[in-house]
Design a protein around this ligand. Structure first.
Ligand SMILES: [Zn+2]
Length: 500
């Protein structure tokens, strides 16, 4: 009887792919004898110790057989199937040219030592699913020209996909379904990686994970990932939809300076650690539907160019939207800002309530056409005081209009020949009188119609007698506008300093 390797591929159900070499010594009482490649690490035989106790020379011999197998397959243009191989120790694939490989399958592989795929060009699809990487795995600078599958892989000693000779690039899809990332300090390092197509992580990161400066050109799916420790996405760039829904964060999710060019989704995040959105720019809509911000979330300098959807029940008291920048004012965002205004009202954060009120009204204004009365009332209220939320705007307008009206009165009076003859004094006197006259129009609205204009300068009186109607109309207009501006200032002060 020739012993046949009992290995079965868990996915394809195929048997041993290696040519069984009949070995007379292996006949006999052994019911099932694994081939050299599939023999489990702990299983010895009467010819030597178990694989996990092999010397370096023995490991090198084993590795050379693997390399020969790979090179033969590449030459013959066949797929490379190393599924189920139990690798006894350190192995480096640097010397192998995978550029012309048809495909590389290492389904259910078991790597006992460190492995090194750094700077390797995979010119084909690679499939590592269900493999165990027991020590440090080095994929730095690897180039995946085909699809890369790391589903159900266990990286027990940490894995490094960061920059090697150049950045690691996934040219086709990359999937990490049910992948477990362990590791002593950093469980997964994807810094500077580039994903040209969709990348899917449904993974568990048991230690720190780094996605610093990654670029994802298509959809990025991090749904349901578990981040047990801090995870860093600083300066990363997402060009299509980025989905972080239902993730579990136990440390800090640091997105500092990330760029989201597509929509960003942070839905139903339940167990919420710290989220840092400092300097993040959302160029499209961002959705926090049903996410519980039970711990602080930092929105300092976060810029929202799209609709910010915060349909959330509760918001932590330290979350400050006053430091964020909301740029989107489309009519479709009205409700989004109403929701935020309500959240702020519940928290009695009046300045931020006022800010969202202004944004809400600005969105609402988009519903009117420019010739409608509502449009202009709304626009004027916005320009002069940002809907009662700005204290600076009414003051500046007040001063500008005061100077403007002084100019108008000055022109009206000096253009009246009779009035010019009446006034005696130099230019400064004239200005002082003019200012007094202008102030009076504010403090005593419509008094000018009564004819009792007494500390009014004589010249103005004469001018009034001649040119009265025009000055009276201007004065009335000034009164109304100035009082409205002062009222706006009052509203803004009230928003800002209202007791909680
Ligand atoms: Zn076998």
């Amino acid at each position: 009887m020739i012993p046949v390797c009992p290995y079965k591929n868990p996915i394809t159900d195929e048997g041993c792919q290696f040519t069984p070499e009949p070995d007379p010594a292996l006949r006999g009482e052994w019911a099932t004898i694994y081939c050299e490649f599939h023999r489990p690490l702990g299983l010895g035989d009467f010819r030597g110790p178990p694989k996990r106790e092999w010397s370096e020379d023995m490991v090198d011999g084993f590795n050379n057989k693997i390399f020969n197998f790979i090179n033969e397959k590449i030459q013959d243009g066949e797929r490379i199937d190393l599924s189920g191989v139990e690798f006894p120790g350190y192995i480096s694939f640097n010397s192998i040219d995978f550029r012309h490989a048809k495909s590389l399958n290492i389904i259910g592989g078991n790597f006992f030592g460190d492995i090194d795929f750094s700077n390797v060009y995979f010119g084909c699809d690679v499939d590592f699913q269900k493999s165990y990487f027991r020590e440090y795995s080095n994929f730095r600078g690897a180039q995946f020209l085909g699809n890369a599958c790391f589903d159900s892989v266990n990286f027990l000693g940490g894995v490094d996909f960061s920059k090697g000779n150049k950045a690691t690039i996934f040219h086709k899809t990359a999937t990490f379904f049910s992948t477990n990332f362990y590791g002593e300090r950093v469980s997964a390092n994807f810094s500077d990686s580039v994903f040209l197509e969709t990348v899917t992580f449904r993974a568990q990161f048991h230690n720190v994970s780094s996605f610093i400066r990654i670029t994802v050109k298509s959809d990025a799916d991090f749904c349901e990932c578990v981040f047990a420790k801090d995870s860093f996405f600083c300066e990363s760039e997402f060009n299509a939809c980025a989905d972080f829904s239902r993730i579990n964060i136990y440390g800090t999710l640091d997105l500092n300076s990330a760029r989201f060019y597509g929509s960003a989704e942070f839905l139903s995040i339940d167990c919420c650690g710290l989220m840092n959105f400092e300097n993040v720019i959302f160029f499209n809509k961002v959705d926090f539907y049903n996410t519980k911000m039970i711990r602080g979330t930092n929105f300092k300098n976060t810029t929202f160019f799209g609709i910010p959807l915060f349909s959330i029940e509760k918001i932590h008291e330290t979350i400050d939207f006053g430091v964020a920048i909301f740029k989107y004012v489309g009519a479709d965002a009205t409700l989004a800002y109403t929701r935020l205004r309500h959240l702020m009202a519940e928290r009695r954060y009046h300045p931020q309530e006022a800010m969202f009120f202004a944004l809400e009204k600005r969105c609402e204004r988009k519903k009117y056409r420019w010739y409608q009365f509502n449009f202009w009332i709304s626009a004027l209220y916005d320009w002069t005081s940002a809907y009662g939320s700005s204290m600076g705007r009414p003051v500046i307008w007040f001063i500008l209009l005061f100077v403007l009206f002084m100019g108008i009165y000055g022109l009206l009076i000096t253009s009246n020949e009779a009035a010019v003859g009446v006034f005696h004094g130099d230019f400064l006197d004239f200005l002082a009188n003019l200012a007094g006259f202008t102030v009076e129009q504010i403090t005593r609205p419509f008094a000018i119609w009564s004819g009792k204009y007494q500390p009014l300068m004589e010249a103005a009186r004469v001018a009034l007698e001649n040119d009265g109607f025009l000055i009276r109309v201007v004065s009335s207009f000034q009164s109304v506008v100035s009082l409205l501006l002062l009222f706006s200032l009052g509203v803004a002060v009230r928003w800002r300093f209202r007791r909680a």
